[in-house]
Design a protein around this ligand. Structure first.
Ligand code: R5P
Length: 296
């Protein structure tokens, strides 16, 4: 057993178990009591004095979780924890990376500032790096950015014949190109304009040459699913029958999943960075490998 305790704080118990077994970490127990007024009280049931602490936290729908995360960190420090590592497989607030409208702020900076003040290091998977070129632009702690590309490439090769990858917007180009190179398949990237949370418009480039291919739409995040739905509809209008949707982070806000399913697209596949019924690509190994590397 190492001197490290891992807690599934808004994280998947099963994933915590896999990480703990692979690296001989102790699994810690923490409970969160919610008072009638919704204030939170956290209690550690595991001795963490002089131990390194890891919190595995799925930070989709982050706002109510953040205060509990900060309390967990403060409580751990008061109980004598040494280094505190946050594993947030999905890193929220990365998309507000500029002032889009007058009067707004840049919440990716504010969020990074808070997290950097509290934890000693951050491990995450494919954060939405668009206008920020690296997490170091906004985080002041050591950050470790892991990638789901190998796992996604492996899934495509194992499951689909004759794929062409399609990025539903410019930002997705980075993931699509990387995965396409890994599996040696062609790819196209679509131009997207966003008019609101749920309104997007796509311009699809010429795809006639790929009529007999399996279209694999790849994006980092599915939130309202508007981006995926718009792209699927365009492909269907062009008589494309074989379409798969693959994303890293399965936010699926409100009824986004059923809306996307209603287009008839099948399969819809995501990685287990946020718990969802579509999690078919396991990225736990990527986290384990990174932790091994870091603790060397
Ligand atoms: C944004 O640029 C991201 O890469 C995704 O395309 C976006 O977050 C998807 O959002 P939605 O599902 O709401 O269209």
């Amino acid at each position: 057993m190492t001197n490290t305790v891992i807690f599934a704080l808004f994280g998947d118990e099963e994933q915590t178990q896999v990480i703990s077994s692979a690296l001989h970490y102790e699994i810690g127990q923490i409970t969160i009591h919610q008072f009638p007024d919704n204030e939170s009280l956290l209690t550690f049931h595991t001795d963490i004095k002089n131990k390194d602490v890891i919190f595995l936290a799925y930070l989709d729908r982050p706002d109510p979780k953040i205060i509990q995360l900060l309390f967990a960190v403060e409580t751990a420090k008061s109980l004598g924890a040494k280094k505190i590592t946050l594993i947030a497989p999905y890193l929220p607030y990365m998309r507000q990376d500029k002032i889009f409208h007058q009067g707004e702020g840049i919440s990716s900076i504010y969020f990074a500032t808070v997290i950097s003040r509290y934890v000693d290091r951050l491990i995450t998977i494919d954060p939405h790096l668009h206008r920020w070129s690296s997490l170091a632009d906004i985080y002041t702690i050591p950050t470790y950015v892991l990638h789901a590309a190998d796992a996604i490439a492996g899934w495509i090769v194992k499951t689909l014949v004759n794929p062409v990858l399609l990025g539903p917007d410019k930002e997705s180009g980075q993931w699509v190109k990387d995965i396409a190179q890994k599996i040696g398949s062609p790819y196209v990237v679509v131009n997207k304009e966003r008019f609101g949370d749920q309104q997007v418009k796509n311009t699809i480039p010429e795809i006639a040459a790929f009529k007999n291919y399996y279209f694999v739409l790849i994006d980092d995040i599915i939130s309202s699913a508007a981006t995926m739905i718009e792209t699927v509809e365009h492909l269907k209008q062009q008589d494309i029958q074989n379409i798969a949707c693959v994303a890293i982070h399965a936010i699926f806000a409100d009824d986004a999943y059923s809306k996307l399913s209603l287009t008839g697209v099948d399969p819809i596949i995501t990685c287990n960075t946020i718990k969802h019924i579509t999690n078919k690509i396991d990225v736990t190994d990527v986290i384990v490998a990174a932790l091994m590397q870091i603790q060397r």
